[in-house]
Design a protein around this ligand. Structure first.
Ligand code: GRG
Length: 327
């Protein structure tokens, strides 16, 4: 007899069964004899998340005709790396809300969060070795190194109201787009695709990841805390010069420019409501979304030569969803 819940979820997400396979690997690979590791890693993983990076692995592999079981292991691997970065990032940013729940650092403390992040990160390396391909290690070792560089660059840019748009873009390419790039590239690596196809998939992921982070940054001014599952206004509180603020300074009156500059330099959000109103009025949110649309169009162009079929269609659809999202 057909399982009605399986049918319903398949209608909502045609990849539901595939993603379930990834979740099965995630749960199996979380296992540790150390109680606190199990507790914290299950806490963050069971809160869900969009699982967009594992989808990229599965879809690029499928688009290129690869259907081996290793794809689930690698899809779970990139989600582990992503989860490790979230655990570390929430400590660095002192965030207290993630995926609609208290962050692990708020609940278990900074030390436990960093260390369980280390566990997930090193477990990811055990998993990628099990793929038995040096190219997989090459791609992911490079990606994780660049992500860490991006986070350090971001730290250096904190409170810098004179940051250039190029320097801002460099940070988001490193800290976010790199893992999207690696995820899409891994599908091609699994499929033993020629170098130019591997490059196209990597370019797709890089542009999609850039679009994704641009939207992430605008939602911090446009979004709703409940829908986002994290606090809006956190970037301003931290003095993070993201594109909506840089554009608002460019387009605002001298007084408005001064207000935003002061907020970035001192990392304060007492006048958050006023700043959000300025960011919206001068069209900085719209302009940031437009920049994301341009990146998404680049992503779509990158895979125009991939074989036509449902997997390529789903990749194209991801470009739309990543930009037109509100959470
Ligand atoms: C452990 C390799 C390693 C590095 C640590 C802290 C750090 C260096 C990197 C942080 C990078 C980071 C968190 C970038 C932001 C990426 C981002 C947009 C996260 C949110 O992604 P979603 O929306 O999250 O896909 P969900 O919750 O849906 O999974």
């Amino acid at each position: 007899m057909t399982d009605p819940t399986a049918t319903a979820s398949a209608a909502a997400d045609p990849m539901a069964a595939e993603m379930q396979r990834v979740d099965d690997v995630i749960r199996r690979r979380l296992a540790s004899e150390v109680v606190l590791i199990n507790q914290i890693s299950h806490y963050i993983v069971s809160a869900g998340g969009k699982r967009i990076r594992p989808r990229l692995v599965l879809l690029t592999a499928a688009a290129l005709g690869f259907n081996g079981q290793e794809k689930y292991e690698l899809a779970a691997t990139v989600e582990f790396i992503h989860t490790a970065t979230l655990l570390h990032d929430d400590v660095v940013d002192e965030s207290d809300l993630r995926r609609g729940r208290k962050t692990a650092n708020a609940l278990f403390g900074n030390a436990a969060s960093v260390l369980v992040g280390d566990f997930l990160y090193s477990r990811a390396f055990q998993m990628m070795v099990s793929a038995g391909r040096l190219r997989v290690l090459d791609v992911l070792a490079d990606a994780t190194n660049v992500i860490a560089e991006g986070e350090v660059l971001q730290l250096m840019n904190m409170h810098d109201a004179d940051l250039s748009v190029d320097d801002y873009l460099r940070v988001i390419r490193f800290k976010t787009a790199k893992l999207f790039e690696a995820s899409a590239q891994l599908g091609a690596v699994l499929a033993d695709a020629p170098a130019d196809v591997e490059r196209s998939c990597a370019n797709f992921g890089r542009a999609l990841g850039t679009a994704f982070q641009l939207v992430d940054d605008l939602l911090d001014y446009e979004g709703d805390t409940t829908a986002l599952g994290k606090n809006v206004g956190d970037d301003l509180r931290e003095g993070k010069p993201t594109l909506p603020l840089l554009l608002a300074m460019e387009r605002g009156t001298p007084d408005e420019r001064q207000l935003i500059r002061h907020a970035i330099e001192h990392g304060e959000s007492e006048r958050l409501a006023e700043i959000i109103a300025i960011v919206r009025r001068v069209g900085a949110i719209q302009a940031t979304r437009d920049a994301a649309r341009i990146e998404a169009a680049k992503a779509r162009d990158s895979i125009c030569t991939l074989p036509d079929g449902p997997a390529r269609e789903a990749l194209l659809e991801l470009c739309v969803r990543s930009v037109e999202r509100s959470s």
